[in-house]
Design a protein around this ligand. Structure first.
Ligand SMILES: [Zn+2]
Ligand SMILES: [Zn+2]
Length: 181
C-alpha cells in the first residue's frame, strides 16, 4: 500500500476528532499536475489551512479551511498573476462507492456530500476538489484590467494602440465630418 500523508485511517479519528494543519506547496501541486495535465493554474500555488475530521457512526464530517494564492493567467490580458483564494467547507462523507452521476447533474447541495471507501479517508481527493472550486470562472489580474486589443494584440494595460481611436469614429461620422469642411 502506498504511504501518503493524506490517507487518514478512520481508526485514528478519536472521539474528540482528528485535526491536521496543511501546507500545500510546490510538491503537492507538482504531483497533481503530473497526474492531471491541463489544470487551469499555471504553476504551484501556495495554500495553507486546516482540516478537522469527526466520526458520526458510519458518516464522517470533514470540515476545513484553506487559503493562499493560485497562479492563474488573466482571461483578458493573458498575464500570469497570483489569485488570492480562501474557502471554508463542510463535507459529509458516506461509506461506499461514488454513485455514477454525470457532473452537470450535481446541485450545490449534493456537492457537500461525498464518499469514502474502505477504512481510509484520502484527503487528497477532497482537497483537490476544494482547490478547483476556488478557481474563479473568469480569472482577472485586476478588476480594471483593460485586456488585449482585439485587432493588434497590444496589452492595453501597458501601452495604448491606435486601433481604438480609429474605431470610435464611425464611417458615417467620418463622412459627415468631411462634408462640414
Ligand atoms: Zn489582465
Ligand atoms: Zn490595437
Amino acid at each position: 500500500m502506498k504511504e501518503s500523508p493524506w490517507e487518514i485511517n478512520i481508526a485514528n479519528i478519536k472521539e474528540e476528532g482528528f485535526d491536521l494543519a496543511l501546507d500545500l506547496e510546490s510538491d503537492w501541486f507538482s504531483r497533481w499536475q503530473e497526474e492531471v495535465p491541463g489544470l487551469e493554474f499555471t504553476g504551484p500555488g501556495s495554500i495553507s489551512g486546516n482540516i478537522h475530521l469527526e466520526k458520526h457512526g458510519q458518516e464522517i464530517l470533514l470540515r476545513g479551511h484553506l487559503e493562499g494564492t493560485l497562479p492563474l493567467s488573466c482571461s483578458r490580458c493573458l498575464a500570469a498573476y497570483a489569485e488570492p483564494v480562501a474557502v471554508d467547507f463542510d463535507l459529509l462523507l458516506e461509506p461506499g462507492p461514488e454513485p455514477a452521476v454525470a457532473e452537470e447533474e450535481l446541485t450545490a447541495e449534493e456537492l457537500d456530500l461525498d464518499f469514502y471507501q474502505g477504512d481510509v479517508v484520502d484527503l487528497e481527493k477532497y482537497l483537490r476538489e476544494q482547490v478547483l472550486l476556488m478557481l474563479p470562472l473568469k480569472p482577472l489580474c485586476a478588476e480594471t484590467c483593460k485586456g488585449l486589443c482585439p485587432r493588434c494584440g497590444a496589452d492595453l494595460n501597458r501601452e495604448s494602440c491606435r486601433c481604438e481611436a480609429e474605431e470610435t469614429v464611425s464611417p458615417l461620422a467620418a463622412a459627415l465630418a468631411k462634408l462640414k469642411k
